[in-house]
Design a protein around this ligand. Structure first.
Ligand code: ACO
Length: 330
């Protein structure tokens, strides 16, 4: 068990969800699929899509502005912008730098972190180190993905699953009992090819041939990802609880990455939690990758369900493969 004298806390949250809604009925007109298949296999009913002129930084900056407003802070009060994303505006500069420009702040450091759908939790863990070491006082952590722009809209096995969105946390040191109690994180790079965007990097720089071969689109072996996600999410949540010196029975809410309702349910069952303690909003948004956890936490707060002292467990799994869990006392 890790006993912490100093902890970081989430001072505020913010989200941004694009206006355009794509329903399962809309998808039925685009590929050979059905509302019934999508609902029973994934739990998704609709998802949000960014407009053609919206890049990840456009979504991220809106979530950031909401988080700043809710904390009654201005961009000048932040001393690091950290963006977790798999869909940067450009390979470089980083999306964090584009967001810095859009927030109108100068000089403070800004960088991206890429860890598949686990990015927000990796970002939380990295931020804890930076704040507790004294390197940063207050961090703006943003999780954003615009997956609609890296999806092959003719591939029914992937296009029905994803959506676009952004969430943001303002992080700083806690001065009371609330805050991040423990975490557990890991990765297995040997399984990277099971969930991959192969093109556009230095392995397969974009050429006419890579475009013909559709390497610019996300590829996924859904069944394999599913099995690994269920195993790793359950195990890592239990390990993080152990590190916090807590038991499954002490968990008030589980906030799992929203990839598939069956994965969410399986993770909840692994912790013996009734359904009303497991946050699931996948029906409305699909898999927004890095953005699912901050959006789910924000909605739980907005619903007035979180009270001081409650224990929440955040857990994610994604490309890499990567996985992480965090135990937090509200
Ligand atoms: N509509 C209708 N039928 C479909 C569709 C569709 N949209 N997609 C696939 N099918 C068909 C398949 O072709 C297959 O048909 P067949 O039996 O005739 O060959 C059948 O449905 C079953 O396909 P499976 O892939 O076996 O379906 P499964 O129950 O495994 O569900 C799914 C697929 C939803 C993708 C699931 O495997 C899953 O959720 N995997 C995990 C995804 C995930 O967690 N990703 C997380 C990370 S994402 C990130 O990091 C960016």
């Amino acid at each position: 068990m890790v006993k912490k004298d100093r902890k970081i806390k989430i001072r505020s949250t913010g989200i941004y969800l694009p206006e355009k809604v794509l329903t399962n009925a809309d998808l039925e007109k685009m590929v050979e699929t059905s509302d019934e298949w999508i609902t029973t296999r994934t739990g998704i009913k609709e998802r949000r899509l960014a407009s053609p002129d919206q890049a990840s930084s456009d979504l991220g900056v809106e979530a950031a502005k909401m988080a700043l407003k809710r904390a009654k802070l201005t961009p000048e009060d932040i001393d690091l912008i950290l963006v977790a994303t798999n869909t940067p505006d450009t390979i470089f500069p980083s999306t964090a730098c584009w967001i810095q420009k859009k927030l109108g702040v100068k000089e403070i450091p800004a960088f991206d972190l890429q860890a598949g759908c686990t990015g927000m939790l990796y970002g939380l863990i990295v931020s804890e180190g930076l704040i507790i070491s004294g390197s940063c006082r207050r961090i703006l952590l943003i999780g954003v993905d615009v997956l609609s722009k890296i999806i092959n809209w003719q591939d029914r096995s992937t296009c029905v699953l994803f959506g676009d969105g952004a969430g943001a946390f303002i992080l700083e040191e806690s001065n009371n009992e609330s805050g991040l109690l423990s975490h557990f994180w890991g990765a297995d790079g040997s399984l990277g090819e099971l969930l991959i965007l192969p093109g556009g990097g230095t392995l397969h720089p974009t050429t006419e041939q890579t475009v013909k071969d559709k390497l610019q689109y996300l590829q996924m072996k859904g069944n394999d990802v599913f099995k690994h996600a269920v195993k790793r999410m359950g195990e890592s949540a239990i390990e993080a609880l152990k590190r916090a010196g807590l038991d499954k029975s002490q968990v008030d809410y589980l906030i799992p990455h929203q990839a598939n309702l069956r994965i969410i349910d399986a993770t909840g069952e692994r912790l013996n939690l009734p359904k009303d303690k497991v946050m699931a909003n996948i029906a409305k948004y699909g898999n927004m990758s890095v953005a699912t956890i901050p959006v789910a936490l924000h909605e739980l707060i907005e619903a007035g369900k979180l009270h001081p002292g409650q224990i929440i467990v955040l857990v994610a799994f994604g490309a890499g493969f990567t996985w992480a869990s965090a135990v937090y006392r509200w």
